[in-house]
Design a binder for this molecule. Structure first.
Ligand SMILES: Nc1ncnc2c1ncn2[C@@H]1O[C@H](COP(=O)(O)OP(=O)(O)OP(=O)(O)O)[C@@H](O)[C@H]1O
Ligand SMILES: [Mg+2]
Length: 260
């Protein structure tokens, strides 16, 4: 088991007003393991994922700490170097609608960063689209983002992660826009990738998702990790009052508790 990502004392502050959003987060993601951060809306999950994947707007936010990916501090990389790491670190965004270039067909967007011919990229794209349950894949490649629903775009994003050779996937609420059937499908795909050696960092507000996929769970409250541990122990034997309250508030708790 290899440590793929090591976050050390990550702080994110809004430059204007100096408001802290993420306060001293440290955690690790290992190959063939899924680390899930569970936190309420506004706790800083998306900001943390943006920082790790290099899309945090540094003009507006001050970033401190370290994010070591294979020993290299991602926070210290310039734009060019970061792009070099892009193919090894895939991002699945919370808002699929704004993650695609509206003026570019899906097929072209799926081929970006693949150092293979367009025909080969299309073949891989079609396989990946089928793997996330999207039929009529050939037709999809010729579509523009606005022609697809949010759920479909989310699955296209996951297909892009499947196509590449990502060693680490950072996923921000990847199933929120999906119905239950598609949620299950996507979680199964992520689990399959994990079993192939990929490390996954996933953030969610949903314990159901965490239970399905997490090896380790960290609980985030107001930008801080208040509790962490093996998934089973957090779900069945939470120690922190906040974790207990979150679990109590989870509508799935009564049914899911039976599994402890
Ligand atoms: N562009 C921004 N400018 C100022 N504050 C922001 C900005 N984006 C987010 N924030 C603030 O940062 C905090 C963390 O936001 P973030 O989007 O990371 O939360 P989250 O945990 O992902 O919530 P959700 O579950 O709703 O997606 C929130 O208080 C939010 O208001
Ligand atoms: Mg978010």
């Amino acid at each position: 088991m290899k440590e793929l990502l090591k976050l050390e004392d990550v702080h994110i502050t809004i430059k204007k007003g100096g408001i802290p959003i993420v306060k001293g987060v440290s955690l690790s993601v290992y190959s063939s393991k899924t680390t899930v951060i569970v936190g309420e809306s506004g706790s800083g999950k998306t900001m943390l994922i943006k920082a790790v994947t290099g899309i945090l707007n540094r003009n507006n936010f001050h970033l401190e700490g370290h994010a070591y990916f294979d020993g290299i501090d991602l926070f210290a990389l310039n734009e060019k170097m970061r792009r070099h790491y892009c193919s090894r670190l895939a991002l699945i965004m919370q808002s699929p609608m704004t993650s695609f270039d509206p003026s570019m067909k899906i097929g072209k967007q799926m081929a970006i960063g693949m150092n293979i011919s367009r025909a080969e990229a299309n073949k891989k794209a079609i396989q990946a689209l089928h793997a996330v349950g999207l039929t009529s894949a050939e037709q999809l490649l010729k579509s523009y983002p606005h022609e697809l629903s949010g759920g479909m775009l989310q699955r296209v994003m996951i297909a892009i992660a499947l196509m590449g050779k990502a060693e680490l996937i950072a996923a921000d609420e990847p199933t929120t826009a999906l119905d239950v059937v598609n949620q299950e499908l996507v979680l199964a795909e992520l689990n399959m990738l994990k079993n192939k050696g990929v490390g996954i960092l996933l953030v969610t507000h949903d314990f159901f998702v965490a239970r399905k996929i997490a090896d380790t769970i960290a609980i985030m409250k107001d930008g801080e990790l208040v509790e962490r541990g093996e998934a089973e122990s957090i779900l069945c034997n939470p120690q922190h009052n906040y974790t207990k309250a979150l679990l109590e508030a989870s509508i799935l708790r009564p049914k899911e508790a039976a599994r402890c």
